[in-house]
Every structure is written in C-alpha cells, then in structure tokens.
Design a binder for this molecule. Structure first.
Ligand code: AMP
Ligand code: MN
Ligand code: MN
Ligand code: MN
Length: 279
C-alpha cells in the first residue's frame, strides 16, 4: 500500500451519514481517493458493501469503525482500521455498545419534551437508517425539519451539546475496551479529530499517554474539522508521542460536512502515515 490520497474517516447511512456505502465509495473515487476506509460509528454493517464498491471503483479498501468511548466522563472517538471485521470480540463489543443508544435517545427525547418539544424520539428515528445507531445527528435533522433551528450546527449549539436541554450524559465504552477490541481483531487504533474534545491541553496529553501505553497507534493529524494551526499542533503531538498520523475527512453528507471525501491537505512530510501499519 502506497497511497497518494487516502481518506480514513467517513460515515454512511449505517450510522449517521447521508449516503449509502457504495455511493460514498464512488464519490471518494471521483474525488481522487486511492485508498479508502468507511468508519461508521459503532457498527460494521456497511463494510461488505463498501469493500465491493471500492473494488469496482479501483480503490484499495481498509476496514474501519469509529468507536464511542468516554474517558474521565469526556466523550471521545477512537477509529479502528485494518481489522478482521468477522472477529467475535469486536463484533460483540460493538453490539453491547449499540444497545445503549436507544435508551439514551429516549432520555434525550424526554428532556426535549420537558421544554415543550414533543415526539422527537419518533421523529429522529425517521432519519435513522439503522435504529440501533440512533444518533444526535438524527435528532438534529428532525429538529431542523420542524423548524426549531435553521441548520444542524445551530441545533447542536442550542440543544444537543453539554449543558443544553436535549443533552444527556451517557455511558459509552472505555478506552481500554475500544483499544482491546480493535487489537484483538488485528487492527490499528487512532484517536479521531483530537481538536474536538472539551478537555484541557494537560488532560489531552494524559489521555494520549494512556492511549499510547494501551497500544494505541496513531492520531488524526489532518481531518475535516482541523484548521491549519490544529494540523501543526497535532503534528507536534504525533512526533512527541511517536504516533503514526492519519488523515480523514469525517464526511457525513454533501450538505453537512466541513470537507468532501479526499479533499484534504497532505500530511506533514516527516510524519509516519498510518497506512504503513496496514498490510
Ligand atoms: P452521538 O454519537 O449520537 O453523540 O452523535 C455524535 C455525532 O453528532 C457526531 O459524530 C457528528 O456527526 C454529530 N455532531 C456532533 N457535534 C456536532 C456539531 N456541533 N455540529 C454538527 N454535528 C455534530
Ligand atoms: Mn457522526
Ligand atoms: Mn467523531
Ligand atoms: Mn466521524
């Protein structure tokens, strides 16, 4: 594997994306991606179709998943890449993780009903291609539909983030679980979009040190939500912790994403690209 344009982070309708896995594959290839991973939240259900479509489009395909964890009560996302999707430990861990989402969604809906926005569970479910992956993104789309705010970003800002009325705490997986499941299945573990966490610089370093000790392999240095300053900052942290560097758009759909598949800057040249760890 020696990609020129790899994109190792995006979502299909199997989680909270807007396109089918095969549509994403075709779009990635059209955008010049040569090596591609689908990384749906907490679910592997799109990987078979994605692999077939990637092959048809002439791209190398890497299995992927974005696992929801919490570390010291901060929600964080860990991307797994290049694993055996049939491995039972990974499948069982993700299955248990998904079970909590419906219950959380009911609590979110109750919290919104308490501020006179009723029926949001049912409304959000109408946007979920995969009910067990019901997500805040589906809530946001429904709340836009009923005119609560003009777009999903605004809904998140006023209703779905910590301290806002539709946000509820939730027990996700642990860091240890996520790394262990990925490693058991032969994959590599990467910290997703490290600039997005509500965490101090000191805690982020402590988190990265724990991740490294557990066998974590890399961090996203170039991703859809990173500014040029973020890229420099996380490149320094990758060097400091001797992490491999990943690159991913976090594309969810044409109208909802910071950048399109593959339309990202290159990784800083001295960093070790994460694909070197994949066969
Ligand atoms: P959940 O896993 O249900 O907590 O939902 C998290 C998902 O919501 C993320 O993967 C994003 O797709 C989306 N999301 C989170 N924060 C925002 C935001 N501020 N604006 C738009 N989408 C967001
Ligand atoms: Mn998402
Ligand atoms: Mn994420
Ligand atoms: Mn993502």
């Amino acid at each position: 594997m020696n990609p020129v344009n790899f994109d190792f982070h995006c979502h299909s309708v199997v989680s909270d994306g807007l396109l089918q896995p095969a549509e994403l594959a075709r779009r990635a290839a059209q955008n010049g991606v040569d090596t591609w991973a689908l990384t749906d939240h907490d679910d592997l259900g799109g990987l078979a179709a994605a692999a077939d479509a990637a092959r048809e489009a002439g791209m190398a395909f890497v299995t992927g998943v974005e696992i929801s964890i919490e570390w010291r009560e901060v929600p964080i996302h860990i991307v797994g890449l290049g694993f055996d999707a049939a491995h039972p430990a990974l499948g069982a861990g993700l299955h248990d993780l998904r079970l909590g989402r419906i219950e959380r969604a009911r609590r979110m809906s109750d919290a919104l009903a308490a501020i006179s926005i009723p029926g949001v569970f049912e409304g959000a479910m109408g946007y979920a291609g995969n009910p067990s992956l019901i997500s805040r993104a589906h809530f946001a789309r429904y709340l836009v539909e009923i005119g609560i705010a003009k777009d999903v970003q605004t809904v998140f800002q006023y209703y779905l983030t910590p301290g806002k009325p539709g946000y509820v705490d939730h027990r996700w997986a642990t860091l240890q679980d996520a790394v262990a499941w990925i490693k058991a299945a032969g994959g590599v573990a990467v910290v997703a979009h490290p600039a997005r966490y509500r965490i101090s610089n000191g805690d982020l370093r402590r988190f990265l040190a724990e991740f490294k000790d557990m066998g974590g392999d890399g961090i996203e240095v170039v991703c859809g939500s990173h500014t040029a300053e973020h890229v420099l900052h996380f490149a320094r942290l990758a060097r400091h912790f001797d992490f491999h560097a990943s690159r991913g758009s976090d594309f969810h759909g044409p109208a909802e994403s910071y950048v399109d598949l593959g339309k990202l800057p290159a990784l800083p040249e001295d960093l070790k690209p994460i694909w070197r760890l994949l066969s």
